[in-house]
Design a binder for this molecule. Sequence first.
Ligand SMILES: [Zn+2]
Length: 54
Amino acid sequence: MSDLKVRMRDFIIAHEMTHLLESKHNEKFKGYMDQFMPDWKQRKGGLDRAAAAI
Ligand SMILES: [Zn+2]
């Protein structure tokens, strides 16, 4: 598995875990993501680009 795939997979896992604490994509949710994964925005960007390429 490439580093990029691992980074994206970990982002998805962190995202799902954060949903256990906050069900909506609001400021609270982003605050948790900032704590768990400070570079989540970069990782999400990679995921969005990969999704757009499919
Ligand atoms: Zn979500």
